[in-house]
Design a protein around this ligand. Structure first.
Ligand code: BES
Ligand code: MN
Ligand code: ZN
Length: 485
């Protein structure tokens, strides 16, 4: 679906959807339709849609009003995104191929208009490739959205929004594709394709190189898989030469069976999205590379598949990480931290970061604590934590701060190695964070985002269909925009 900013209406008849603030109707709106909207209890709250028909040259023409909530709302930006998304959700599979989106009635600034268009673009992404029997009335029909009534300066905001949408779409695609399609090497190949011609540098390490570097933990997780593990770094030098980069690290377990500590069968298919942290990092990088962000940034992704096998690691095995610290593996299903500890160590050694932020679908306990509303944020630096919380609020990729501390840290001491890879029954998300903390160098500001509850949704949302939410890409883009540019 393409979005075209235009001053002139298309000549053919097309559905018109007008964005309106709460309690208002478009100037010159057909009074019968206005009455109909009222009778349907349309109030103009954010995302509410009323559709009616009017006769035009003896033909029925669709007309819609889409609520944007109150003009003075604190959530104005999110409400505008929601309105843009709602208009698209209504017409994406409606049979209409063209839609006129009228922005002239809600008193929008260029930035506001950009928010509506971002919501529209994000909500239009769908993955129907494998649904070969989809009946034509369920297929995507909408091809072009003609945007009228936007302030002239909207072009730049739309360009920015389009860059963000590109990133979020990459995240959604990587998360949505099943594990027979997205595995470590194909994840790398998809990124090579997505970043071709952008000026970003891709660094790829295979198993031999990682073995040379001593990444026994990451390689241990991938040991039971037929797929070769990969470490991918995407580097963007858009800032001043010599400025230390912001480094984002993602957990990219392309499928998590649990390994020998195998997971129960029901719901195991969800573990195709256990690479959501890496997906967020790839998408975040694509967003900021696409808009040529003036900052030095690196995205590092540890890509492995966790399988049970004759070669797989066993409970009780001791692994030596690249940092030299040893780990007793008590549960092969606590694999994300094993992948991240080597990726985090390598990232710090290689890029000397100003700050490191990791993203991972790390623990089921995080979903128990925060549900699907917030990712959990753990940090050794209050200023960094506050910046991430602010970026989360701005983008609606929400985070909530969780504690760390020495009392939790001692829960992962091991009698045979430097640490074990699980704590006890309680505070499972925190002991996972403590594990990662042991691989952060003194003085490096670090934050860990446990996004297990955020990557996938069993219902459609303002900016996504049922399935991949695209969480994290926008957060990364915003964090860089606000703090590194
Ligand atoms: N990938 C899972 C965490 C997860 C669970 C993400 C559900 C999304 C939805 C992770 O690798 C895992 O298996 N964690 C274990 C840790 C436990 C063995 C200490 C868990 O949460 O049960
Ligand atoms: Mn696991
Ligand atoms: Zn996992």
């Amino acid at each position: 679906m393409q979005i075209v900013l235009t001053q002139a209406l298309p000549t053919q008849a097309a559905t018109v959807a007008t964005i309106v603030n709460q309690g208002t109707m478009p100037d010159g709106f057909d009074p019968v339709l206005a009455e109909g909207a009222k009778a349907s209890r349309f109030k103009g709250t954010a995302g509410q849609v009323f559709e009616g028909f009017t006769s035009s040259d003896g033909k029925a023409a669709r007309v819609a009003v889409v609520g944007a909530g109150e003009a003075s709302s604190d959530s104005r930006r999110h409400n505008l995104e929601r309105a843009g998304g709602a208009a698209i959700a209504k017409y994406l599979r409606s049979g209409e191929t063209e839609l006129i989106l009228d922005l002239s009635q809600a008193g929008l600034s260029a930035e506001d208009a950009g928010a509506v268009l971002l919501g529209a673009k994000l909500r239009s992404w769908a993955h129907d490739e494998y649904r070969t029997k989809l009946t034509s009335d369920k297929k995507i029909s909408l091809e072009t959205v003609h945007v009228v009534g936007a302030p002239e300066a909207t072009d730049a905001d739309w360009e920015r929004a389009a860059a963000i949408a590109r990133g979020v779409e990459l995240t959604k695609k990587l998360v949505t594709e099943p594990a027979n399609i997205v595995y470590p090497q194909s994840f790398v190949a998809l990124c090579k394709e997505a970043f071709a011609g952008t000026g970003a540098e891709l660094i790829v390490l295979g198993e031999a190189e990682m073995a040379e570097l001593g990444m026994g933990a990451l390689l241990g997780v991938g040991q039971g898989s037929r797929r070769e593990s990969q470490l991918l770094a995407i580097r963007w030098n858009g800032g001043n030469e010599g400025d230390k980069p912001s480094v984002f690290v993602g957990k990219g377990v392309t499928f998590d069976t649990g390994g020998i500590s195998i997971k129960p069968a029901p719901g195991m298919e969800d573990m195709k999205w256990d690479m959501g942290g890496a997906g967020a990092v790839a998408g975040g990088m694509l967003a900021l590379v696409s808009r040529k962000a003036k900052a030095n940034v690196v995205g590092v992704m540890g890509l492995v598949e966790n399988m049970p096998d004759g070669d797989a690691i066993r409970p009780g095995d001791v692994l030596t990480t690249m940092s030299g610290q040893t780990v007793e593996v008590l549960n092969t299903d606590a694999e994300g931290r094993l992948v991240l500890c080597d990726a985090l160590h390598w990232a710090q050694e290689t890029f000397d970061p100003a700050q490191v932020v990791d993203f991972a679908t790390l623990t089921g306990a995080m979903i128990v604590a925060l549900g699907n509303e917030h990712g959990g944020l753990f940090a050794n630096d209050d200023a960094l934590a506050d910046k991430l919380l602010a970026s989360g609020k701005a983008t609606n990729d929400k985070l909530w701060r969780m504690p760390i501390g020495p009392a939790y840290d001692k829960l992962i001491n091991s009698p045979i190695a430097d640490m074990k890879n699980i704590g006890g029954r309680w505070a499972g998300s925190i002991t996972a964070a403590q594990f990662l903390h042991r691989f952060i160098k003194k003085g490096t500001p670090w934050a860990h985002c446990d996004i297990a509850g955020m990557v996938w949704s069993d219902k459609p949302g303002a900016t996504h269909e049922k399935g991949a939410t695209g969480y994290g890409a926008r957060l990364i883009d915003q964090f860089v925009a606000d703090n590194a540019e």
